[in-house]
Design a protein around this ligand. Sequence first.
Ligand code: SF4
Length: 344
Amino acid sequence: MTKQKKSFFEMNVDELKEVCTSLELPRYIADQLLDWVYKKHQIKLEKMKNISKKNQAVLAENIDFSLFKNVQSDVSSEENAIKNSCLLDDGNFLECVVLKEKNYNTLCVSSQCGCPVDCKFCLTGVVGFKRQLSAGEIVRQVVYSFSINQPITNIVFMGMGEPLLNAKQVFKAIDMLTHPKLYDLSKRNITVSTSGFIQGIEYLMKNDRVVNLAFSVGSADPIKRERLMPVEKRNPIVKFAKVLKQYQLQHNRKLTLEYTLLDGVNDTDYDIKVLVNLAKYLNAKINLINLNPHKKIPFKPVSIDKLHAIQAIIKKQKCAVTIRYKKGQDITAACGQLGESYLK
Ligand code: SF4
């Protein structure tokens, strides 16, 4: 029987030190490994020159340094987005997207394979839920980006899945990614997006987790919202907003309301008025996302004129508003388009 190796990327600093001790390796080996992998971006043991051949052999026998079984990378025509579709050991997929800015890169990471939330405007919802991702599988998405020469400074949990339904693994990964001995990313550069789970926000408050949040609204009108986002049934937006406000009062971190515009569905003056009321109540910025169309999604985007008209209405109400520029639409890497790997 082949020995089950522990993935290097599942281990935080203390866990790695414990494993090194249990393998009767010097404790400083853990620091050397962290330095090679997360600072020098080298995951090949044989290239880690300050680790003896003998210790390399012990490590190779017990720890798995591999990232993914296979990765297909697609680059958008404007070369500002790279979608990595990663095959996992059990045959599932995850997808993550590097969004390139002039001076920095953001990685849109997945927290689950597929998603159980079933938002009607999102392709990942069509795919359905496959399984949770482990903290190591989340960290590996970042390691992979560095390995293809795409250094990451910002992370958004807006890929496949609802992060607050996998909170333990998501926050273990965040703790690892922000650790000074790993990538030392700034917590201010990490955003967790949620479709609105009350228990998820309660978990953040109970565990004193401070993070930038993005809330995917769909519609600020409860009746419309329930049609677009079944999460509304058990997590009414009115109640969710109250819990979210409590969290904001405790932590005063950035909050963005993500609003996917659907032609003739959530784009009336009334829809925008209730959205602005919500943003004012939560002291949040609004980010307008025009729907990224897909043949499996039964909605259309609004026209560009309408998009700008809506932005102007919101601005007039003295509410901060941005439009999310569609990166990677041609490689189905844009918002709400992840999950293609499962549909091929
Ligand atoms: S929008 Fe987010 S929460 Fe909703 S189905 Fe898509 S991935 Fe899941």
